[in-house]
Structures are given as C-alpha cells and as structure tokens.
Design a protein around this ligand. Structure first.
Ligand code: ASP
Length: 622
C-alpha cells in the first residue's frame, strides 16, 4: 500500500462543520473513513472526526487519481481530502446527518495511513462485547457515543472549576505518594527503592491534606482529585476514580450545601438541565424511617407507616409483634397481577426476608373476611392517600393511578431479639424490598425513565448520620464516616461519646441523587482534645494514634480553625448525566470489575531485577 505524506497541507474545517452556506468553497478535511460505498465511477467516503461526518464523493471522471486512491481506502484509513463543497440536491440529502445537505466533491485524496480491519467498527452504535471494547479501547473511544461522553465530562469538570474559582476556591494539588488515609478501603502501596521495606500509600482521598490546607490558612480549597481504593470487587466500582474534593474554613453545613448546589447547578446546565435549589434535606433517622435506606430514591413513593392503623387487639389476632412497626410499600401502576404472578411475588418477598422474622399481610384476603374488611379498607386508604410524592408525579398522571401494588409488612410474634440493638432494622429490611419491587415493576411505573427534564434528578441531603457503627464481627464500634468527622457539639459536652456511642450523631452529610450516594462530607474536628477522644473511642490507643496520625495531631496544635468539606464522585455525576449504565462509559481507560486494564494488560508480574531493586520477593500463597 502506497501511503502519502501530509506535506504542508492543513485542514480548513472539521468534518462536522459544513452546511449549505459553505457551498462553492474549497476545503481541506482530514479524518477517518467511517464507511465507503463503491458505485463504480463514483466512490463515497464518509469522513469522520470528533465533530461529525461529511460525505465525500470521488468521481472517476472529475479526479481519476483521487478515485483510484479511494478504491484502495478502507474503513478506519486516515485520509485528507481537498475538494469543493456542494449542495446535495433534491432527494439526495440525509436529514439524519448534521451535514446531510452538503457533500464535498474531492479533487485530491491523500491516504495518510491504512488500518487493519478493526475487530469492531467504530461506526456501529452498539457493540456487545465489552471485553473487546476495553482491549481495543482506542477504537471504542472513536465511537460517537464515547466521544460525546468525554466532551460532556470535560464540560462538566470545567463548569465546576469555573464555579468554584468564582467562589474564591483555590485549586491545590496534593500528593499521590503519601501515607494511609482511612476511608475504609485497602491502600494501594508503592514500595520505596531508597528505603527498603518502606512503602508509600496512594491516597484513598486527599482528606488529611485538605484539612492541613485549612490549618495553613488557604480558606477554600478544591481539587478534581484522583483517589485510589483497593476495594472488594464490586460491579460498579473503579480502583481509581475522580472526586470533586473541597474544604472550607469556618463553615456551617448550610455553607457547604450552598456551594455544592451551586456547582451541581452549573454542571447540570452544561447538559441542558436546569436544577432548582435548595435541595430537600432529611436527617438519617428520617431517611431510614421513611424510605428504609440512607440514600433514598425520591422518584419512588415513601414507605407508609401503618403502625397505628393496627390496634393491639388486631395485632393479637393476626399474631403480629406489638412493639415493632408495620410498614407499607406502594409501587405505583404495577397493574393487576394474576394469581400466578401474585404467588411468585409472595415467594420473592419471602426470599428477601429469609427467616428474619418479617412477614406480609395479605390485604386482599383480609378484605374477604367480614371481621377484617374494615382494616383492609383503612390500610388501603392510608396507603393510597398519604403519599406526598405521588402528587408531584412527573408525568402528571392521575393521583391515584389504578393498579398500585400495596404490600404490607408485619413483624411476626417473637421477632428475633438480635435485632434489638438496631431500632432501624425493620425499616432497612423493608427498604430493600421496596427497591427490589420498584426495579421489578420499572417497566410499568416508568419512574426510572428519563424524560430529559430536571424532574429526572431527585437530589437530597441526608444529615445527622450516626457517628459510630457497631461492627458485629469485630465486636467494636467503628467510625461510620472517617475519624476526622466531628460529632454534634452537644454529644461531646453531654459525655455521650463514652456513655452512649450508638446515640452520637455526626456532623456528617451525604448528597444523594436518585438513590445513589453522589458524595459525602462533614464538619471536621478542629480541636486536638476532641480528635484524641475520638481516636480513643474507636479503640485506638494514644500510641497507635500518634504512630499513624502524629503529624496531624501535631498540626492541630498550631491554631486549627473550624473547617469542613465534602467530596463528590465526578465519574458518577457524568455517568448519570450521560445516561450511561456503567462508570466505564465515562472513564477513558477504566479497569474491569476484576481491576484489570485489558488494553495495557495491567497488573503484570515485574522482572526479578525490579523486585531486587525494591527489596521485594513474591511468594505464592498457599
Ligand atoms: N474524604 C471523604 C471521602 O472521600 C469526603 C470528605 O469527608 O470530604 O469520602
């Protein structure tokens, strides 16, 4: 194959630029052959670059040399075309293409590079095999969908930067090679060659550094920061991911909320979505009691608390535990279920609950019994009427849509004692079922479907998280957030840090979108005595605290202002805005769920020499 040199040729337009107004103009386009159609004397090349596609015609009579080269061109060849823009003429235009009213009549064609037949065509919309896509990522990224995702990502990041800089934030970089930051995952370690047996850790987040930047008086810091977490393999996690990380001095929670709402509004505006703020706020306790989860999906109706609808007498007859709540789940528009469907649904509910002590009340059966019919009616009207979210139903459908599925969950008599340490357990269990049912009937209620408006995005702040979580395996209290999170001031003064850990609330908050946690943050501890107390209350001795965080405790000694911040996952925000199903669609070079980069083939073993340099030896685990 004879390839041409570029010489001094420069392109005049991008492939997506030309319109009928450009007719008659001489242009130079460069790009990839998206498709080629050979009609004998006429060869059509669809020329593609980031901006779009232009049809180029090579006419044997008009430009025989160019036509000859076009005969050799194949998909994904890189070419340069010199030619004249012309309108396509009646009936020949393609309304599906932005450039569909024009074409370029080629005078000269340069074949700048050839291409092997690709394993899949970047011109195709959907490619089934993700492994092949990841292995040939450079081809995958040529696809329009991917190009659009990364354009969006760049614009979103820029909008956020601009907003934060406008709010007096400084972008400051923090190190990748550092020491462990406790965010609850394992560290990725980097062995030091010059200090044998010593390791750097890649940051799980810039947490400690950003707090130190507040001690240093920078007042407002942000960073679009890469974080590294060696987590157990989970479908939608990436070992390295990007956070919009920020910290500010002297904030109230409301200060942070306003900043985040501001930059999210700017980010969503780049995708044409106008958000309205302030976002809804809810305490952790309320989120659990109303939605059964600390990241409620507000597109769905809340749980209905039917506890008071069931009198003690009725409970006795129906063998329902007296002291625990009775909760209803409503799935709108699920439609009428057949007998078989109902039985399958009941099996599914039993499966979700296992033997945890929860059961469901068969409201339909109650209705047929004279004694219980009034109860059934009361339950139905309570559940149909008490839902504030249904009135705001995005499609403006009827308030009481027929075919709502109502499921009532009751605790059996003698429900296991083991749950007693967590008064939220019943809500959480029912919350899981609520989501499972919502997913199951998604085709029917359509509440997860995108309409392209701000209604698709239900944001919410969840506040007042518990400070500690009981770890049943280790039989200890763990920090629910990271250990730099401040408890409520009155929980410190009242002594609850010691006397009643389970009741201590943290000044921690999450931002939730459509049932996904987008980010979390907190007001931090700024006093050394409190920080030491928290370390102790987490079972860390003063010596251990000094060994791990001595530098930080030292810094707290030198005039640390009250400060607080948050971090939001950029990848996830872009994924949601792009309507993508996986983080891998919005990370240019992602890893698989097994933490492998299929393109560069990492991780790999390294040479013995490299290991020797690092004073390392690998052993095979038995
Ligand atoms: N460092 C925390 C995280 O990565 C966020 C924060 O508290 O600002 O989740």
């Amino acid at each position: 194959m004879h390839l041409d040199f570029l010489g001094s040729l420069t392109r005049t337009h991008m492939c997506g630029d030309l319109r009928p107004a450009d007719a008659g103009e001489d242009v130079v386009l460069m790009g990839w052959v998206n498709r080629r159609r050979d009609h004998g004397n006429l060869i059509f090349l669809d020329l593609r670059d980031r901006s779009g596609i232009t049809q180029v015609v090579l006419d044997k009579e008009h430009a025989p040399a160019a036509h000859l080269k076009a005969e050799a061109a194949r998909p994904e060849f890189v070419v340069a075309v010199t030619g004249k823009v012309r309108e396509r003429g009646e009936g020949l235009n393609n309304p599906k293409m932005d450039t569909g009213d024009i074409e370029v009549l080629g005078h000269q064609l340069l074949l700048l590079n050839d291409a092997k037949t690709p394993p899949f065509s970047p011109a195709e919309d959907a490619i089934a095999n993700e492994e092949v896509r990841l292995k040939y990522r450079y081809l995958d990224l040529r696809r329009k969908e991917m190009q659009d995702n990364f354009k969006l990502r760049s614009e979103v990041a820029m909008a956020i930067r601009n907003y934060l800089v406008g709010e007096n934030f400084l972008e400051i970089e923090t190190p990748f090679m550092t020491r462990s930051t406790p965010e609850g995952a394992r560290d990725y370690l980097v062995p030091s060659r010059v200090h044998p047996g010593h390791f750097y850790a890649l940051p799980q987040s810039p947490q400690i550094f950003k707090q130190i930047l507040m001690i240093s008086g920078f007042d407002r810091y942000f960073q679009i920061a890469r974080c590294f977490r060696d987590e157990d393999l989970r479908a939608d996690r990436q070992p390295e991911f990007t956070q919009i990380d920020l910290e500010t001095t002297f904030p109230q929670q409301a200060t942070i909320f306003r900043i985040v709402e501001g930059f999210l509004t700017a980010a969503f505006a780049t995708a044409g979505v106008t958000l309205s703020s302030p976002f809804v706020q809810m305490t952790y306790d309320e989120a659990i009691r109303r939605y059964g989860i600390d990241k409620p999906d507000m597109r769905l109706p809340a749980l209905v608390d039917l506890t008071d609808t069931l009198t003690p007498e009725l409970r006795m007859t129906l063998k329902i535990e007296q002291s625990l709540p009775v909760l209803g789940i409503k799935i709108p528009n699920a439609g009428q279920l057949s007998g078989t469907q109902t039985r399958a649904l009941q099996d599914e509910i039993r499966e979700v609950f296992g033997d945890c002590g929860l059961d469901f009340l068969n409201v339909a059966r109650l209705k047929t019994n004279e004694n219980f019919a009034p109860l059934a009616t009361a339950i139905e009207s309570e559940m149909e009427g008490s839902d504030p979210h249904i009135t705001a139903e995005k499609r403006g459908g009827p308030r009481l849509a027929p075919g709502n599925l109502l499921v009532v969950i009751t605790p059996k008599l003698g429900t296991p004692e083991k749950w007693n340490h967590d008064p939220h357990w019943i809500y959480k269990k029912v919350g899981v079922l609520r989501l499972a049912l919502a997913r199951k009937f998604a085709d029917k209620h359509k509440l997860f479907e995108r309409t392209g408006t701000a209604n698709d995005y239900k944001f919410l702040w969840v506040t007042d998280f518990p400070m500690y979580e009981w770890d049943d395996d280790a039989k200890t209290w763990q920090a629910a957030h990271h250990p730099f999170t401040s408890p409520h001031e009155d929980d410190i003064t009242s002594g609850r840090l010691v006397s009643d850990k389970g009741a201590v609330r943290a000044l921690a908050y999450d931002i939730v979108l459509n049932g996904t946690e987008l980010g979390s943050g907190s007001i931090r501890i700024h006093r050394k005595d409190v920080q030491q107390e928290i370390f102790r209350s987490l079972g860390m001795s003063d010596e251990e605290a000094k060994a791990r965080f001595g530098f930080f405790l030292d810094a707290l000694d030198y005039g640390t202002p009250p400060h607080g911040g948050i971090a939001l996952g950029l990848d996830r925000i872009v994924m949601i805005l792009a309507g993508a199903q996986s983080l891998r669609e919005v990370i240019a070079f992602p890893k698989t769920a097994k933490a492998i980069d299929l393109m560069v083939d990492a991780p790999t073993p390294v040479s013995d020499q490299q290991l020797r340099d690092l004073s390392l030896r690998t052993v095979t685990r038995t």
